[in-house]
Design a protein around this ligand. Sequence first.
Ligand SMILES: [Zn+2]
Length: 233
Amino acid sequence: MLDILAFGAHPDDVEIGIGGTLAYHGDKGYRCGIVDLTGGERATNGTPHIRAQEGKEAAEVLGAKFRECAGLPDAFLRSDREALETVVEIIRKYAPQAVLCPYPEDRHPDHEHAGRLVREACHLSGLKKFPAGGTPYRPTQIYYYFLSKMEKPQLVVDISDYASQKWRAIACHQSQFQLPREVSMETMVNSPLFIRFICGRDQYFGSLVGVQYGEGLISQEMIKVKDLLKLGG
Ligand SMILES: [Zn+2]
């Protein structure tokens, strides 16, 4: 069983959205894994092979136990039968207590579909008669993280001590963020402003709870708590 399974639509989503959260929990001994729903094969820059290598290096920086690609089609991510069966089998295989996935309102349609797909799959995974491999299993916590749009979060994870790990993990994705301009096409994410936007966003989330850097999360499910004093630690 896994403690946290983080899904991204593309191979750098998890780092951008909740890289610090994964680094924190990995450091504390929790077992975290990453699944990229697509290989990012339709990105303007990079190739699936290069991106897989970059993603592997980034996962190591974050202390994740594994990173794998679900092989769903980039730019055509949908919550259809094939995708649901694929994601359900992944959830059943790893049986994570908590699942993290992109907030389903975003500039990029794949991010929106990824959030809906993963949440639906978390529910369907618990159905005995759902036609997918593995033993029925339903995660107890599902959280959305933010990519290009954000809302007021319900929870903020204090990542102040892990922000540098997050920036190092993002920097592993050289094909997306760092290639020299003469060999790469200019995109929103390889603009020098992009990392500053992420940094500013994480500082804003941190400011909501009085720390330097934070990552915001939203849950559509009711969060069960017995011991109120274990929150906020
Ligand atoms: Zn993405």
